[in-house]
Design a protein around this ligand. Structure first.
Ligand code: FE2
Length: 221
């Protein structure tokens, strides 16, 4: 699960308020469009789930669905703002996939009749760990293009880590299908960010997944 330390969030209350005002003004941006850059194929947006049974949901599965809904929102919101800041193609091309990932998790929320935690406004989260992570990542991402791409890496890093945690506790077919596709998407996003990061001379050390897994996923880059 998200394990970022809250002490990393050093923004003052006033700067947070300014940021929230700015974020609210961005909330009207259209975010639902898809591009050919989307990297998840079948079931990437949750289509076709009706072929799988709605099985009983254990506590971990429910918590995992709700967490992933907001983690995909974290990715979408961070990439939206960093695209605005830096105009890097990686963010504009990956951002629509994150909306599709949010939509896919929303389908699970609907199938299991859960209360959707995701709010419309950019940068607003019910899960306080994700909210804190958002602030930390935005503070870093606004420093430079290299920092911004490292932030993209961290978003995908935590996403892959948490999806693996959730999948290890899940036995429902529909969750397995959706989350496996989200994971595949995150791997491709991680690879894209890493390619662009290395082009700018930047480096990255995994903060959530193991170095071994990171090396496997980025081999040849
Ligand atoms: Fe992603």
């Amino acid at each position: 699960m998200v394990t970022i330390h809250s002490s990393l969030n050093s923004l003052t209350e006033s700067s947070l308020l300014r940021r929230r005002s700015f974020l609210a003004s961005l909330a009207a941006i259209g975010l639902a469009a898809c591009t050919p850059e989307d990297t998840v194929s079948s079931h990437g947006n949750g289509e076709g789930l009706s072929q799988y049974p709605v099985e009983s949901l254990n506590e971990a599965e429910e918590a995992g669905i709700l967490q992933l809904r907001e983690e995909e929102k974290l990715a979408r919101d961070v990439y939206t703002l960093l695209e605005e800041k830096w105009g890097l193609s990686a963010f504009s091309q990956i951002k629509p996939s994150e909306q599709k990932h949010m939509d896919a998790v929303a389908k699970l929320i609907n199938r299991y009749d859960l209360l959707d935690p995701a709010q419309e406004s950019i940068g607003i989260f019910e899960n306080q760990k994700i909210s804190s992570l958002f602030e930390t990542l935005m503070t870093k991402g606004e420093q430079s293009e290299v920092d911004a791409l490292q932030v993209g890496m961290t978003v995908e890093d935590v996403d892959i880590y948490d999806i693996d945690e959730i999948l290890s506790k899940n036995d429902n077919q529909d969750i397995q299908v959706v989350f496996t596709n989200l994971r595949n998407g995150s791997i491709k996003h991680l690879q894209r960010f890493y390619t662009d990061l290395k082009t700018l001379g930047g480096t990255y050390e995994p903060q959530y997944i193991s170095q071994e897994l990171f090396d496997q996923l980025t081999i040849g880059i």
